[in-house]
Ligand binder design. Structure first.
Ligand code: PLP
Length: 448
């Protein structure tokens, strides 16, 4: 925490998002600089970044290549209208993103965030069925505990109650299937659980046959690994079976890869990790190494072609877009980030460190209050026993103690999530988890 002689900014005006403002402003955690795998606090402490920012800085902080590309771009072409005109870098960035995507997903729509990518993907799914002459395919399916950002489509298909209930009914025509977490049978599984995937996916088919006509379903959206709800790793064959069911019934399968994209699982995308190709991929975050807001939606070429072939000449095929879609500095940042990925093979680095992270995470098994540990690629989640009447109290206290001890982790519900930059060093991985272990012991001993 900042020492008392640090001059803090006026805290009155900024409404901090997704944060308990009163608690935060009483005990602010402010970073003034970042380099490599570390933040610097207002009082000059180094905090190891165990979360790659908000899962969004895979290449580590303060990358000079990205800063130079953004600075140069800003001085050359600061802005070009995103509608009715464009600029060459937008096309170059789209080509580079298309080359980075799984084969076939090579038509790219740019947005400014993960939430906007999700809204865009859902709208493309609905509009696609219309341009193909199927306007009755208008239902959207998501999953319990799914997180798809904060806009209306995203909270509607999302399944985190706390993010929805403050806002009323969100969208109509939305249903949810079960999430794949099975702590009863799979607690402390290392990596991908073996069993139950097919049966769980089959529940999706049963549900749409029983409660809906499958011919009314536009799309199913899933995160290949559910991140924000607490690192939920799907069992083997689950996503493959969902793919088969969607194909059989003409339903578009959307992978929301805002977290799992750009090396997080040790592969480019979750689609690559699980060897399942969806129809649409949403991404953001790591696309620009978190430096400039940018998201992207990649669609199969057939989807793009359907819009081009079935719309009247000179008509706007998709009436959708943002003032800042493909803004030049974001394109420059994305290209520089993809260059770093190519030069440093960051996905391979993530894959090679995943064993170290797995052992370090699972070494916490047996500590008091630890109910489950889950991991995949460079992600781990530690779930605590729920305390009646105090949801999230253990994870929040553990998070605060870690911060005090110089390690930044994330808490979500009763879970601590770890997702370091792919540039993390093995000894830093060990430090993250030994700090969490010490924090847990401290919190339990203090009886918080
Ligand atoms: N989708 C997923 C899977 C996410 O994890 C997130 C953010 O964490 C989003 C969408 C929303 O992204 P953003 O915060 O950039 O709007």
């Amino acid at each position: 925490m900042p020492t008392p002689n640090i001059k803090l900014p006026n805290m009155d005006h900024y409404w901090v998002p997704f944060t308990a403002n009163r608690q935060f402003k009483a005990m602010p955690r402010l970073f003034k600089a970042a380099k490599g795998n570390y933040f610097t606090t207002m009082d000059d402490r180094q905090i190891l970044d165990g979360t790659a920012g908000l899962w969004c800085v895979p290449a580590g902080h303060g990358r000079e290549e990205i800063a130079a590309a953004v600075g140069n771009q800003l001085r050359t072409l600061d802005y070009a209208p995103a509608f009715q005109t464009s600029h060459p870098l937008a096309f170059e960035a789209a080509e580079r993103v298309a080359q980075y995507m799984p084969a076939g997903l090579d038509r790219i729509f740019f947005t400014n965030s993960g939430s906007e990518s999700v809204e865009t993907a859902l709208k493309i799914a609905l509009a696609y069925h219309r341009v193909c002459g199927n306007p009755l395919r208008n239902k959207l399916i998501g999953r319990e505990r799914g997180y798809h950002g904060v806009n209306f489509g995203g909270i509607a298909v999302g399944g985190i109650a706390g993010n929805r209930k403050a806002f009323g009914n969100a969208l109509a025509g939305v249903d949810h299937i079960r999430h794949p977490l099975d702590i009863v049978n799979n607690a402390f599984t290392k990596g991908v659980p073996e069993d139950g995937g097919i049966a769980l996916a089959n529940e999706f088919e049963q549900r749409i046959m029983t409660l809906h006509d499958p011919a009314t379903i536009a799309s199913l959206i899933v995160e290949p690994m559910q991140g924000s709800a607490g690192v939920i790793v799907p069992p083997k064959n689950y996503l493959k079976r969902l793919r088969e069911i969607c194909t059989k019934h003409g339903i578009l399968l959307i992978f929301d890869e805002v977290i799992t994209g750009f090396g997080r699982l040790g592969t480019r995308f979750g689609a690559d990790y699980f060897d399942v190709i969806p129809d649409i991929i949403t991404c953001a975050k790591g696309l620009t190494n978190g430096v400039v807001p940018m998201g992207a939606v990649a669609v199969k070429r057939e989807i793009y072609d359907a819009f081009m072939e079935n719309s009247a000449a000179n008509a706007i095929e998709l009436p959708h877009g943002y003032t800042y879609s493909a803004i030049p500095i974001a394109c420059a940042a994305a290209i520089a980030t993809l260059d770093i990925f190519a030069n440093e093979k960051l996905e391979d680095r993530g894959a090679s460190l995943s064993g170290r992270l797995e052992s370090a995470a699972h070494s916490l098994k047996g500590l008091p209050m630890v109910k489950d540990i889950r991991n995949i690629g460079l992600v781990a989640g530690i779930e605590f026993e729920a305390i009646a009447g105090k949801p999230g109290a253990m994870s929040f206290a553990t998070y605060l103690k870690c911060y005090e001890m110089g390690v930044h982790v994330r808490y979500t519900g009763d879970i601590i999530a770890v997702s370091p930059p792919l540039t993390i060093e093995p000894h830093e991985i060990d430090r993250i988890f030994s700090t969490i272990a010490d924090a847990i012991k401290f919190v339990v001993a203090a009886g918080d």
